[in-house]
Design a protein around this ligand. Structure first.
Ligand code: ACM
Length: 546
């Protein structure tokens, strides 16, 4: 186009602007700036909330917790005056005058039958968030929070519900105790990203981090070690200082309550029968040899494991679990079960006698027999057991001797399998055998892996539903979990650099339907998220280019 005079130039500019605006609108019809990406969103361009206008918040009385979160958002992001009013059907017409945000429960709408579903409508100077319960409203408030951070509330309708019910983060505090303040920080970020399961790895070889009143040595001895292996496996280097720390039962209650306000369930993990050296350091009779050991100062796997053929040891496990049941309302409790070295069972005449009596051919059979007996104790206490996929007895490591494999015992069907390792085909086999699965396949979900090994994009593109799974089995894939193992992360900053920004990708795997996911759109939000993390004093990974 040749431009000959000023009016043609103006016309040209108008055409260009129109093209840009329409282009943006089309884009907005499908994608939003919210992470995780909502599953159904349409956007207009009208400004709904003007930043200088006084605003009223109307909320159902049962939603005072969610109102508090909205209040905090408005305090941080909105400069004009805000007032609050309990929603009253009789006065609703008056309450809805001017600019307002309304939080309302709606038991009728069938869209809300999905747990966590909500609708956010922004139009005509108001925002209405509806859901069947407080959880859905909470997620609507989190979406609104991100819209406020984006500095515009334009007219839009978001009809959103999560893809999976299990959107988890696991934190290992046995290797390095991170502390209550850090855990709350992580819970805040999980809530912001609509994640809902905090899996708390509280016991392992390197430390026992939960107060158990009946066995005080678990923490007076098991929560401290003299030194720590440093840098990487078998480096031969040590940090050169002792490490200790544990949560009192009061601390645990505080964290569980904090998580509950954010609609997050805390799943404690009490490792058994392996990864138990810290407990054995405190009470040597827990292992078959009864050998006194210190809490190990290197990381890895250890020969000393619980002697599950001894009724006194089973009594100990029940006692610990009874206190755990009291502290954690979660229906699911994790028993670990991974990477069990069977040497101490093979070497013990008592364990061998027990196995012969119960016709258990291999140590894998004994582990499954133990796990199944324990699952009855779980059921009596209305709980479900969860464990790493080692509990099925499959050969997932290649280091078990061949005669330990092919157990004839069958794991109880009530157990939830936390799939992390082995041939990926085993996921399908596990589903076909009738188990529920949380897919945490390590190459896609281990946050301790360096960001150049597990890139943001690789993680983002992980689909917990493997190809070729029939529809009736897909429903048994409960969701996804990211694992933050802390062997090489002594400080809060160390774990944060591993977790962020990948936590956002994990959240999107858990929430957003595959056909709504788009890495380019996701990546565009990373600068905004980084600003948030900077404001929250979170040390995200600054080095990797995405
Ligand atoms: C695991 O990473 N040992 C479950």
């Amino acid at each position: 186009m040749r431009i000959n005079n000023i009016s043609q130039l103006l016309l040209f500019c108008c055409m260009m602007i129109t093209t840009v605006v329409v282009g943006r609108d089309n884009e907005h019809e499908h994608k939003s700036s919210i992470i995780p990406q909502p599953n159904n969103v349409t956007y207009g361009t009208e400004t709904v909330i003007d930043y200088g206008t006084p605003l009223r918040v109307i909320y159902d009385e049962a939603l005072s917790n969610e109102k508090d979160f909205l209040q905090k958002t408005l305090f941080e992001n909105y400069s004009a005056e805000v007032s609050f009013d309990i929603r009253n059907e009789k006065k609703l017409k008056r309450q809805r005058k001017g600019s307002y945000i309304e939080l309302a429960l709606d038991a009728e709408n069938t869209f809300f039958k999905e747990e966590g579903a909500y609708i956010l409508e922004a139009k005509d100077k108001h925002v209405l968030i509806t859901a069947a319960d407080a959880r859905g409203i909470f997620y609507g408030v989190q979406s609104l929070k991100q819209l406020f951070e984006d500095n515009v509330i334009e007219d839009c309708t978001i009809k959103d519900s999560p893809r999976f019910q299990w959107r988890g983060l696991m934190l290992d505090e046995a290797r390095f105790f991170q502390g209550k303040r850090e855990v709350k920080k992580l819970l805040d970020e999980m809530a912001y990203l609509k994640m809902n399961r905090f899996h708390w790895h509280l016991t392992d070889d390197a430390g026992w981090r939960i107060e158990i009143k009946k066995y005080p040595k678990l923490t007076s001895i098991g929560a401290s070690r003299a030194d720590s292996e440093a840098v990487i496996w078998k480096s031969g280097k040590k940090l050169g200082r002792p490490h200790s720390g544990f949560y009192t039962q009061e601390d645990i209650k505080e964290v569980v309550a904090y998580a509950k306000e954010r609609h997050i369930t805390v799943i404690p993990e009490i490792e058994m029968p392996g990864h138990a050296a810290a407990a054995i350091a405190a009470y040597p009779w827990l292992t078959a040899s009864k050998k006194q050991i210190p809490v190990p100062t290197r990381f890895g796997k250890f020969k000393e494991i619980y002697n599950v053929s001894d009724p006194k040891v089973i009594g100990f496990i029940h006692d610990v679990l009874k206190e755990v049941y009291e502290l954690f309302p979660s229906k699911v409790i994790h028993i670990g079960g991974d990477e069990v070295l069977y040497d101490s069972w093979n070497e013990s005449a008592n364990v061998q006698k027990y196995m012969a009596k119960h016709q258990l051919k291999t140590p894998s059979d004994l582990q499954i027999h133990f796990t199944n007996n324990l699952s009855k104790f779980f059921e009596q206490n209305s709980r479900n057991m969860m464990g790493w996929n080692d509990i099925l007895g499959d050969d997932i490591h290649g280091w078990q001797s061949k005669d330990n494999l092919n157990p004839s015992e069958m794991l109880s069907k009530s157990a939830i399998v936390h799939f992390w390792k082995g041939d990926p085909k085993l996921i399908k086999k596990t589903l076909e055998r009738g188990y529920k699965v949380v897919n945490a396949y390590h190459i896609y979900t281990y946050l301790d892996y360096k960001p150049n090994r597990l890139t943001l994009k690789k993680m983002f593109n992980f689909d917990p539903v493997p190809k070729g799974i029939s529809e009736d089995l897909v429903k048994n894939i409960m969701g996804v979990s990211g694992q933050m193992w802390t062997e090489w992360c002594p400080t809060n900053c160390d774990i944060e650099r591993q977790i962020f920004p990948r936590l956002a990708a994990l959240a999107e795997i858990g929430w957003t339907d595959v056909n709504q996911k788009d890495f380019k759109t996701f990546r565009m939000q990373i600068p905004r998220l980084k600003q948030r993390w900077y404001d929250q004093q979170i040390s995200y990974d600054r080095e990797t280019k995405y």
